[in-house]
Each structure stands twice: as structure tokens, then as C-alpha cells.
Design a protein around this ligand. Structure first.
Ligand code: ARG
Length: 298
């Protein structure tokens, strides 16, 4: 039997850290068949630098295979020629309880992806909501327990925070991003335990890891207050996209360059697994960017 919260495996940390439980996930990914960097909409993208599409596909394939090995489900959306950033499916929407809030991209270069994602959600049986406000999906909206953490400053607008709150009827916590390298919220925060302990019957609570320097003082204060046990990641690990990771509550897939974060995770009883997406980093994206969580029934 496979329900969204089915326990896949459990582990007891040797250091006496809490027991972590892996939860079943359903993801949407897009093979980077048309990956290249031929425009620049974030500081990582340098069109003059050569890219290797075959290498991008091979690295992406490792992430895809790993999700399946871990027992997760992965759906695929057909890549569109002329949309090299479509591999970053996290920007393709934000889904909770079988409802899909569609993106409205900040830049013209990605605008054509939105109808393709909307069509995929419709065909997959999601109740699909077309937005009024500029928003880049799970790149800027992270569900932590019952609360939506929402980023603004570079891509999604503050108005989209209000809209996403109305759409899902949940509390939204707005956070201001201030460093252009960390232009989406999922480059500065990793959700480690997306499921609340209470719903789950487990001892864990929804926790996060974050890069303090990516936020303004007010947002940092909010994070400190809400998540006193958060893992604070070093600038060194943050700047190699260490936080752009995917967790199932036990297995946390991270960049092999995020050495300190790997140790921090292990100390807390998580199981870091290293996947190198160096080629996709040339587009300014990492593991989480290539992963959209499909929450709710098909
Ligand atoms: N080149 C893409 C852009 O600038 C990268 C998107 C990364 N996605 C993410 N969820 N952080 O839009």
C-alpha cells in the first residue's frame, strides 16, 4: 500500500539524535533535453559560458533514479524546445491537497512554461488555479507543516503571497530575500520535515535549514522565532546551493559541495545523500529546483 505518508524506513541515529522517518513523495520532473544557458535572469547564468546538455541530462537522470530507488513516485512533463529552464519544475506550480496554483513568471523568457504546466495539472486531475499575481511556484512557496513560507524580493511579488494564502486558506509567512544569488526562497531554505508530527503520530516536528545572510533583519527575526531549532547553514554551503535540497523527512538529497551541511544533517539524525547537479547550477538551479512536489490525489 502506498499512501502519501506511508513510512518507508526508519533509522535511529548513533548520536542519540531524534529518530527520523522517511515519507512517500510524489514529484514532477522534466528531463533537460533542451537545457542550455542562452539568456541571463539570475547571477548564475552566463550565456558566454558553454553548457553540456548531455551532461545535464546524465546528472538529472541520477536524481530521477535516486527518487525511484528511495521508493518515491516521479511523474514527467514533456520538455518544450526553446524553454531551457523548464527542467526547474519547482517553478511550475505550488500544489496542496490536489489543487494546483499555476505560476506567472517574472521574466518573458519563461512565460511560455506556465500554460504547459497548467495543462499537465489539468490532465492529471488537479483543480487548477490561474493566478493574477506574479509568482514562481514552489521556488518561492514552501509548505512547512500547515504554514506557507513565501519569498519575495526578486521573483514572486508580495501580492502573490496574499493570493496563495487565499487560494489555500492557510497562514502565509512573508520573507524578504536580499542577496541576488539567492533569488528564490528554495535557494535559501530547505524544508526538512514537511509533515507535522501530530498528523503523523511521530515525534518529529516540521523543521527547516536556512541561510541567515539571504534574508533581511526582519525576516531573520521571524525565522529565529518560528524555528528555534533550525539548522543554520554557513555562507560557504549556502553559496554552493547546499540548501536547494529535497528531504523526505529522513533522506535529504544535497549537493556534494555542501560539506558542513552534510555533517549538520547527520548530527540531527538525517541521512544526507549527495547528488551533483553542477551542470544545472550553470542555470542557477539545483536539486530542489528540479523537483516539484505533487501533493494530493491524482
Ligand atoms: N534559470 C532559472 C531561473 O532563473 C532557474 C530557476 C531555479 N529554480 C528554483 N526553484 N530556484 O528562473
Amino acid at each position: 500500500m502506498s499512501t502519501p505518508e506511508t513510512t518507508l524506513r526508519q533509522a535511529q541515529s548513533p548520536t542519540g539524535a531524534p529518530t527520523r522517518t522517511a515519507h512517500h513523495r510524489r514529484y514532477l520532473m522534466c528531463k533537460p533535453e533542451f537545457f542550455t544557458v542562452n539568456y541571463s535572469i539570475n547571477p548564475w547564468m552566463e550565456p558566454a559560458k558553454p553548457t553540456d546538455t548531455a551532461k545535464a541530462v546524465a546528472q538529472w537522470q541520477k536524481l530521477y533514479d535516486l527518487y525511484l530507488e528511495l521508493g518515491h513516485e516521479v511523474e514527467l512533463i514533456e520538455p518544450l524546445a526553446g524553454y531551457p529552464d523548464m527542467v526547474y519544475t519547482a517553478n511550475g506550480g505550488f500544489l496542496i491537497d490536489g489543487r494546483a496554483y499555476v505560476p506567472k513568471f517574472r521574466f518573458e523568457e519563461r512565460a511560455g512554461e506556465a500554460p504547459a504546466f497548467a495543462e499537465w495539472f489539468r490532465a492529471a486531475g488537479y483543480d487548477t488555479i490561474i493566478p493574477e499575481e506574479v509568482n514562481e511556484g514552489e521556488g518561492d512557496f514552501l509548505l512547512v507543516g500547515d504554514v506557507i513560507l513565501a519569498g519575495t524580493g526578486f521573483r514572486s511579488t508580495g501580492d502573490s503571497h496574499r493570493e496563495v494564502g487565499e487560494v489555500f486558506g492557510r497562514e502565509v509567512v512573508s520573507l524578504n530575500l536580499v542577496d541576488p544569488r539567492f533569488y528564490h526562497l528554495d535557494t535559501a531554505i530547505a524544508v526538512l520535515d514537511p509533515v507535522q508530527g501530530a498528523e503523523n503520530g511521530g515525534p518529529e516536528h516540521a523543521n527547516i535549514a536556512y541561510l541567515p545572510g539571504a534574508f533581511d533583519d526582519a525576516s531573520r527575526a521571524v525565522l529565529e522565532e518560528r524555528f528555534p531549532d533550525a539548522i543554520l547553514v554557513s555562507d560557504e554551503d549556502g553559496s554552493v546551493f547546499g540548501l536547494n535540497s529535497a528531504s523526505d523527512g529522513y533522506n535529504v538529497i544535497i549537493s556534494p559541495r555542501a560539506k558542513g551541511f552534510e555533517v549538520q544533517l547527520r548530527d540531527r539524525g538525517y541521512n544526507p545523500i549527495l547528488i551533483d547537479l553542477s551542470e544545472l547550477l550553470l542555470g542557477g538551479g539545483g536539486i530542489k529546483c528540479c523537483t516539484l512536489e505533487l501533493r494530493g490525489a491524482k
